[in-house]
Design a protein. Structure first.
Length: 164
């Protein structure tokens, strides 16, 4: 029995000037604020069978499969507030897997509304991240945390030959 939390650490990166753009262009740096961490709640396995716990990035709902049982506790998606250049497009890069130790791995991190988006007129955007926690047949009980880095960068339009 244990609880699983993935504390999310976002790293904001800005591509200041794309290839072919003027060096005099200055962009607003992207700022990322963590609103809440990705949480899987308290879990138990009834046997030595593997199982999974999925947190939906849209609703925060928890789905259990295999021989895994939810014992309550706080669970839900991670939520981030992005601040950047109004109207600019951004891209998020998520890690492919996180090893929590104790026979636990988080896979299939998914962003809602997606991996790309556009900052609103006020320069804000909200992103929610869910994922699937894989539980090995025999796991160590306890509280398992992991930090992960997510890159957020601007998607600047490229200058084409027709724009010259």
């Amino acid at each position: 029995m244990g609880s699983g939390t993935v504390a999310a650490l976002m790293l904001a990166l800005m591509l200041a000037v794309p290839a072919g753009a003027s060096d005099s262009v200055e962009r607003t740096p992207i700022e990322v604020r963590t609103v809440q961490d990705l949480r899987f709640g308290q879990l138990a396995q009834a046997s030595s069978a593997p199982g999974t716990v999925r947190i939906d990035p849209r609703t925060g709902d928890r789905q259990l499969s295999g021989d895994v049982y939810g014992l309550g506790g706080d669970y839900g998606f991670a939520e981030f507030e992005l601040l950047g250049e109004p109207g600019a497009q951004y891209q998020i890069v998520l890690p492919s897997r996180l090893h929590l130790g104790g026979g636990r791995t988080v896979v299939d991190l998914v962003a809602h509304p997606g991996l790309t988006g556009t900052f609103e007129i006020n320069g804000r955007a909200t992103v929610q991240v869910g994922g699937t926690l894989e539980l090995a047949p025999v796991i160590e009980s306890g509280h398992h945390d992991a930090l992960f880095t997510v890159c957020v960068e601007y998607l600047w339009p490229t200058v084409g030959a027709q724009d010259l």
